[in-house]
Write a protein that binds this ligand. Structure first.
Ligand SMILES: *Cc1c(COP(=O)(O)O)cnc(C)c1O
Length: 428
């Protein structure tokens, strides 16, 4: 990436927008209103905006259901029986895997549980799990309850990685050292791809390699990484991963999750799993016979029949991602987040009111910047919100802002700069 001479001027922001190859995608999304004006929406890390095309994708399935009833399962090229196939090329591209390594199913936390059934088989000697400290609550509860399910003590089995004293995020070298230290006791690493609080993008490849070198599995929760960072799960040799589709993937609140299972496990019926009819050999499924035969690849982890309406909304967004392309998105993302970082430093630099706790190195972050608020607390966030800035507040003192490359503009970031400048006078 060439170094950009950022400027805190409207002309600069407009020039950047004019040169942005993705500028037209903004028009494909609905922007919510805050206090009667279009929001400066920096919350795609929590809930992505609605593509305008979602209604017609859903409408088509509602029509199929109305006109075909149960015959919709096997009718034409949109047959519900095979509907998951349609999402695979885009999902494979977004996470850097093959189509047989990915499938859309369930929700994220449920998927992590199902995947751990296969990949967390603790023994007396090898039973530890490494996770970053302060992981997302659902992940914490999931690990705790899985460990207890196996009759183990979470205090003993779960190893939490904490940043060094006075630091906000983890050093890769410290993660790798801990993996080596746990050695033969380590059953799996189960970390975020991007940490939801700090915004740190972990070195997934190095972590996976280290885990494998001590004989452990490496699995990742990609809730904040999918559709945000460029991922190469197959090449990086990741064992398994899961994500949700309602954050950067803009597929609607609570919508369907996805999983990746590396192809070396594609034909491993011996791996323990909790089965269901949709993971059973497709050609035999409706024979309704005893004896679970898992499908090839990620499909063999499916449990229930596909949520067709969920997938329709998901597909609207996946089609947009395929048009935009992850590499192009990422290139803009680095510039856009770089601009936000520049403005925050220029404007609030010496005020001591806020501090960016997300890594400075673009290779160690996605589009989100997390701001530690040293003075003013949540009233800083409330002030911004009253001016139309939608970010989010995380206790005890962090505001997360995520300019997403698909629908945010440099002008959005510039406008935020003006609001920031005004607000700091109040909290000075
Ligand atoms: C958003 C998020 C979840 C949410 O899990 P659901 O099962 O979709 O409710 C879990 N883990 C992480 C890290 C998240 O960011």
């Amino acid at each position: 990436m060439t170094q950009i001479e950022y400027q805190f001027t409207e002309d600069f922001a407009k020039k950047m927008d004019a040169e942005d190859p993705l500028k037209d995608f903004r028009e494909e999304f609905f922007f919510p209103q805050v206090n009667g004006q279009e929001a400066i929406y920096f919350c795609g890390n929590s809930l992505g905006l609605q593509p305008k095309s979602v209604k017609s994708y859903l409408g088509k399935e509602l029509e199929n259901w109305a006109n075909l009833g149960v015959d919709g399962h096997f009718h034409g090229e949109d047959a519900w029986y095979h509907v998951r196939q349609k999402s695979k090329p885009a999902l494979a591209e977004i996470v850097g895997g093959h189509t047989h390594e990915v499938v859309a199913m369930n929700n994220l936390s449920s998927n992590l549980h199902f995947l751990m059934v296969s990949f967390y088989q603790p023994t007396k000697e090898r039973y530890k799990i490494i996770v970053e400290a302060g992981a997302f609550p659902s992940d914490i509860y999931m690990l705790e309850t899985q460990v207890r399910f196996h009759g183990l003590d979470p205090e003993d089995a779960i190893v939490e990685l904490k940043p060094r004293e006075g630091e906000y995020y983890l050093r890769t070298e410290d993660i790798l050292t801990e993996i080596k230290t746990q050695g033969d006791a380590l059953a799996m690493v189960n970390m975020a791809g991007i940490q939801y609080y700090s915004g740190q993008l972990f070195d997934i490849q190095a972590i996976t390699e280290a885990a494998h070198s001590v004989g452990a599995y490496a699995g990742f929760d990609l809730a904040h990484a999918v559709g945000n960072a460029v991922l190469k799960l197959n090449e990086w040799d990741v064992d398994f991963a899961t994500w949700c589709s309602y954050k950067y993937l803009n597929s609607g609140p609570g919508n369907i999750s996805g999983i990746f299972v590396h192809e070396r496990f594609a034909d491993r019926p011996d791996l323990p799993r909790f089965g269901g009819w949709w993971g059973h050999d497709e050609s035999q499924r409706f024979l309704m016979e005893k004896g679970f035969v898992p499908m090839h690849g990620a499909d063999g982890w499916q449990v229930s029949n596909t949520n067709v309406l969920a997938l329709a909304a998901h597909q609207a967004s996946l089609d947009i991602f395929q048009k935009a392309g992850m590499e192009t998105l990422r290139a803009k993302s680095e510039m856009l987040t770089g601009y936000l970082e520049y403005l925050i430093q220029q404007i609030s630099g010496k005020s001591g009111i806020l501090e960016i706790i997300t890594p400075k190195n673009p290779a160690e972050r996605g589009c989100q910047l997390s701001l530690h608020i040293h003075r003013g607390g949540k009233s800083v966030f409330d002030e911004w919100y009253s001016q139309g800035v939608v970010g989010d507040w995380r206790n005890p003192n962090v505001i997360r802002l995520a300019p997403t490359p698909l629908y945010n503009s440099f002008l959005d970031v510039f406008k935020f700069g003006l609001i920031l400048e005004q607000s700091l006078k109040k909290f000075a």
